[in-house]
Design a protein around this ligand. Sequence first.
Ligand code: ATP
Ligand code: LTN
Length: 334
Amino acid sequence: MEGEQKRKVILSGMQPTGGLHIGHLTGALRNWVEFQSEFECYYTIVDLHAITVRQEPAKLRQWTLDLAATFIAAGINPEQAHIFVQSHVPEHTQLAWVLNCFTGMGECSRMTQFKDKSQKYPENVNVGLFAYPVLMAADILLYQADLIPVGADQKQHLELTRNLAERFNNLYSPTFKVPEPYIPKIGAKIMNLQNPTKKMSKTDEAQLGVLYLTDTPEQIKNKINRAVTDSGSEIKFSDTKPGISNLITLYHIATGKSIEQIEQEFAGRGYGEFKKAVGEALVEFLEPFRNRYKELRAEEGYLFDVLRKGAEQARVVAQKTLRKVYKKIGFVML
Ligand code: ATP
Ligand code: LTN
């Protein structure tokens, strides 16, 4: 707006590759919600990224809509933030192609995620997986985003994005904003309940170790009861007690009580009693989310409206940036 200072732009994305868990809520979505009143926010469901690993079509479709409902149920307001599906804005793939032509093979092959995923799926090491971070750079640079909230595992991709932006700006003229990562404080990382030295992950096979946002109260209590704990019996937050520390973190999230308060509350009480309290607190904490999610998920018409509007708004900005890029590299503009 004229006279008004332009708001900073935030962009982030999530892959529709499974149901979201409590770690996504605390490590990502809660921050996304916080940002929306102050910044211009773009939150995208990155289905193009999802297919770098083989996906079942029916599930991909379902997970994409699940994710839209999850964003809204978690508190992202579609009137404030732009929620859209990556494949609905074709400029992402168009800019990604251009950026591919400015990215060295070596830069992509150094990416830890590429190395990890090629090892995990050796039968399908495809070109898309290799170019994954370039598509991510396109997601970000199209919107001239200032700040990118991501997990620590994405830091390397952000570094590549910054390098590509600077490279293009230097070769032509200032075109892209060079974005900054926003990596939330540690403590936001939730570990797998069955293997507390590994982070909770939506593509994990150990379902019992993952606390999904849509789990029923019975499932939540059962998973907490069966969570792997450490030797000893003290409820104490410590590096040598990853299982109990993870449960303390979850209890802290559900109740807002500080770690010290929790340790005091459970001093001299056993693991069994603590687990019962954690389970109950989580059931109560997740209840409003679950109800809202169920309502939203039943209203596909509404979800489509949100995604249509989000894509239309995103395209206006994306087209503007892409046109600039095409012009600068010498494409004939009609
Ligand atoms: P995948 O299992 O498919 O690799 P993922 O479960 O790690 O996926 P992403 O889609 O990569 O999920 O994560 C989106 C964002 O959610 C991350 O950038 C990170 O900030 C947050 N996140 C994911 N898992 C956790 C976790 N266990 N604890 C805290 N935050 C998490
Ligand atoms: N690679 C990210 C998801 C992602 C993303 C983005 C995050 C795709 N495009 C743009 C931030 C900005 C992940 O796996 N968490």
